[in-house]
Design a binder for this molecule. Structure first.
Ligand code: C2E
Ligand code: MG
Ligand code: MG
Ligand code: MG
Length: 280
């Protein structure tokens, strides 16, 4: 089904400005309608695996859009378009609501599963964001420490001061914070020291060829050490095979995600594969 997800549901933007803006408007119209339809947006969950013992350390929630006629549209195609308008706000609200309701349902079934949610620059930097987050935690009754907000280095670089303020407010709710795709954004060591974050996720591009390529290996090794020296948990994303997992264990990396362990799956599939039956 991955090939289907890779399939171009929407024509790639052509570079022809008039055609591009027509395509973008069609896409935005479909997104606007889709956001009012509870069935079109769902979340898949990808396990984060503790490398020390192979246990489930948490999950990352990844948005899935089922377009009524075009079928599945990958987030890489629609999230960047949502980010150009204020439609990103109801989308972020929807994703957080589904993720927290899922965490609540798991809690009620006796499973404490930390859930990570990706939050776009525009949503994170909106001054109402921390208040909305507090309200959602309150209404779902999920303890803050079971939620992690993933932001990218690009968000930090776009507006470091506002990002740091927002992250402080989020952490004051007990919520964890994470820097996603680390290594792709040229963020300086100064920012890393100042950022109120709990976790660093090493980008897939470095992890993918760390076994074959010595400079990627050196970069991953440095990122693991840097994270640990700053007292951050470190996650390697995009682990696709045994040699890569073994290399990460060798470097003392805490947690890993990737197709080698599990693809993002619907909640029910995650439960049947990863949850032990509760003792009677
Ligand atoms: P990300 O947050 O870095 O998420 C990891 C992406 O890598 C996911 O793609 C995941 O399916 C994919 N992946 C995981 N393991 C492997 C692997 O071993 N090999 C390979 N080749 N890929 C792997 P996905 O679900 O298509 O999401 C792409 C991006 O879209 C995410 O990157 C994130 O930036 C964004 N995104 C997804 N859901 C949301 C959301 O709810 N809100 C926002 N703002 N962005 C989202
Ligand atoms: Mg992420
Ligand atoms: Mg990532
Ligand atoms: Mg990524």
């Amino acid at each position: 089904h991955d090939a289907k997800e890779q399939h171009d549901s929407f024509r790639r933007f052509s570079g022809n400005t008039a055609q591009d803006s027509a395509d973008r408007l069609t896409l935005l119209g479909d997104l606007r309608r889709g956001l009012t339809d509870a069935s079109q947006f769902t979340l898949h969950y990808q396990p984060k695996i503790a490398l020390s013992d192979g246990s489930l350390a948490g999950v990352e929630a990844l948005a899935r859009w089922h377009h009524p006629t075009r079928g599945p549209v990958p987030p890489g195609q629609f999230v960047p378009v949502l980010e150009t308008t204020s439609l990103i706000h109801p989308f972020t609200e929807r994703v957080l609501t589904i993720a927290l309701e899922q965490a609540r349902a798991w809690l009620d079934a006796g499973h404490r599963v930390p859930v990570a949610v990706n939050v776009s620059t525009r949503s994170l930097l909106d001054e109402t964001f921390p208040g909305r987050l507090a309200a959602l935690l309150e209404s779902t009754g999920v303890p803050g420490e079971l939620l992690c907000i993933e932001i990218t280095e690009h968000t930090v670089l776009s507006d470091p001061t506002t990002t740091i303020d927002a992250l402080r407010c989020i952490r004051a709710l007990g919520v964890k914070t994470s820097i996603d795709d680390f290594g792709t954004g040229y963020s300086s060591l100064t920012y890393l020291k100042l950022l109120p974050v709990d976790e660093l996720k090493i980008d897939r591009s470095f992890v993918a060829d760390m076994v074959a390529d010595s400079s990627s290996h050196a970069l991953v090794a440095s990122a693991v050490d840097l994270a640990h020296n700053l007292n951050l948990t470190v996650v390697a994303e995009g682990v696709e095979d045994v040699p890569t997992a073994a290399a990460l264990v060798g470097l003392g990396c805490d947690t890993a995600q990737g197709y080698h362990f599990a693809r993002p799956v619907p909640a029910a599939d995650l439960e049947s594969r990863f949850f032990r039956r509760q003792p009677a």
